[in-house]
Design a binder for this molecule. Sequence first.
Ligand code: FES
Ligand code: FES
Length: 221
Amino acid sequence: MASQPGGRAQTHLACVVNGDPVDITCAGYKTLLEVLREDLGLTGTKHGCELGECGACAVLVDGEPVLSCLALAVECSGRAITTVEGLTRDGRLDPLQEAFADLGAAQCGYCTPGILLTARALLDRVERPTRDDIREALSGNLCRCTGYQQIFEAVESACGHAQPTLRRAQRGPEPVEGPRTSACGSREAPEGSEAEPSRRARAHGGGAPCAVNNAGRGDHA
Ligand code: FES
Ligand code: FES
């Protein structure tokens, strides 16, 4: 570790992020979350509580979910890191992202990157998880908007339990409505308007900057 003027130690970080080698010098005190967002510009990883409580910052390190707000970046030297940006391959969304978009499992989208990555790790480990498996895997990921039902259905859909189009048909047409207030207190424009971020953009990890600052774990019942 080298020092820089002001006494803050710099450290060297060599790892693989979303399949690409990364070799940077960064402040030794920085968390993985800070390095991803501030040094690498990967802002799909969300900054929530910074206390290990909300799951918004979850990424995969060597395929396992890690709360990036609690991990020092230097601890990840030599490891393979996947962020939500890395779920898209050759321009194609991960089946989980498709299912989240199709089933309305992303609303404000702030929790979505962490949930997608945590669910991806589950599906890579268990081919057809039960609802209880999914609930347990996502128990550390808080969502203020969806009530979790659509999230669980989307994960099940992505592993082949159900067809998204079938479920959408069962729910009936999407309601057409005027501006509404989200659980974050912000006004949302009607679906399809220019001001409304598309569901696919949100499932891709483009959440609105609404604060997720809860303490405690999700009740996901
Ligand atoms: S920001 Fe890391 S768990 Fe909340
Ligand atoms: S969609 Fe989960 S916090 Fe808004």
